[in-house]
Design a protein around this ligand. Structure first.
Ligand code: PHE
Length: 336
């Protein structure tokens, strides 16, 4: 019996595990109910008592060793199963994150700001949820003035989602520090049906310059400079008179896109001119509402839609394309 035990011990020690799932066949062969070692224990019961001490000790050594080897092999196999699972998880497609890119609106906004910063304008921002005072009243929209209907408004209880960034003009003028030379970018909201051409939210950049002796000539020169920088040297510009409650006189500025291509004829509705922004001299009532002495100070303001300019720059025909967050689309745009 001692010899048999020694023989099995050697066998157990010499086992070479070649493939996975060997721990289980090892257990079946040696340690299961009908395994070799279990059988040796059965046989152990039948041997003479005086041999029991020695044989029992050997048998225990064998069993312990076999259990040890089984445990080690089992751990090895478990680890490699885990590793395989990690390596080839077939339940999900691999999602490979490439480097990100700037959103086209961000690219255009950055460029617009850069141009105005180079003229000495500073950055200011205001809240998207506004009160009537900043979005309308202080901007010279009278209580029942039909001009309030020019911009379909989203209401939140007593507040509004700002319909334009002109509200930030008021917030900055109220601070009481002059002169002011600011560009104010941000998101604005209008209660309009969503289509290829209009969205219920979009983005504007507001400009404001208030000082002693600011004239309409300053406004035109500033905008000429902006157009040459952004749309290219020699871009033709025209001003059409217009109406906004908060500027007087008011104008809209167009740039010449031409009538050469089908696309240009469509975009300009056959005129060749593209509307780019609204502007004007800050209305004295607005200065008064912000406690600025309108006999001493004058100023100009302008506001343009970033989305519209972005669509023009990149030839995007549907404003909704800007907000689907499709990375394949977004990654196509580079600096302007
Ligand atoms: N707030 C106007 C709009 O949203 C644009 C504008 C800004 C006009 C500043 C004049 C001066 O249409």
């Amino acid at each position: 019996m001692i010899d048999r035990i020694a023989e099995i011990l050697k066998q157990v020690n010499d086992v070479v595990f070649e493939k996975e799932n060997n721990a289980e066949s090892f257990r079946l062969l040696y340690l299961s109910k009908k395994g070799i070692i279990t059988q040796l224990f059965d046989k152990f019961k039948t041997i003479p008592n005086d041999q029991k001490k020695l044989v029992g000790a050997q048998l225990n050594v064998l069993k312990q060793r076999a259990e040890e080897i089984h445990q080690q092999q089992k751990e090895l196999e478990d680890n490699s199963i885990q590793a395989n699972l990690k390596r080839e998880d077939s339940s999900l497609p691999v999602y490979q994150e490439g480097p990100g890119s700037y959103h086209p609106l961000r690219i255009v906004e950055d460029r617009l700001l850069e141009i105005f910063f180079s003229l000495g304008f500073d950055l200011a921002e205001g809240p998207e949820i506004e009160d009537d005072k900043h979005n309308f009243a202080s901007l010279n929209f009278a209580e029942d003035h039909p001009a309030r209907d020019m911009q379909d408004t989203f209401f939140i209880a007593e507040h509004v989602l700002r319909t334009h960034t002109s509200s930030v003009q008021i917030r900055e003028m109220e601070k009481g520090k002059l002169p002011l030379r600011l560009v104010m970018p941000g998101r604005v909201y209008r209660n309009e049906a969503v289509s290829a051409r209009s969205n219920c939210f979009f983005h504007q950049i507001e400009g404001l310059y208030i000082d002693k002796g600011v004239s309409f000539a300053d406004l035109k020169q500033t905008l000429y400079y902006f157009v040459q920088q952004f749309f290219g040297e020699g871009t033709k510009v025209r001003f059409r008179s217009s109406y906004f409650p908060f500027t007087e006189p008011s104008a809209e500025m167009d740039i010449w896109a031409g009538l050469e291509t089908e696309e240009n004829r469509r975009l300009t509705k056959g005129t060749g001119w593209l509307e780019v922004l609204g502007c004007g001299m800050v209305h004295p009532n607005v200065l008064d509402a912000c406690h600025i002495d309108s006999s001493e100070y004058t100023g100009f303001a302008f506001g343009m839609g970033i989305d519209r300019i972005t669509m023009l720059k990149y030839g995007i025909n549907d404003i909704r394309d800007l907000f689907v967050n499709d990375k394949r689309l977004l990654s196509q745009f580079s600096g302007v």
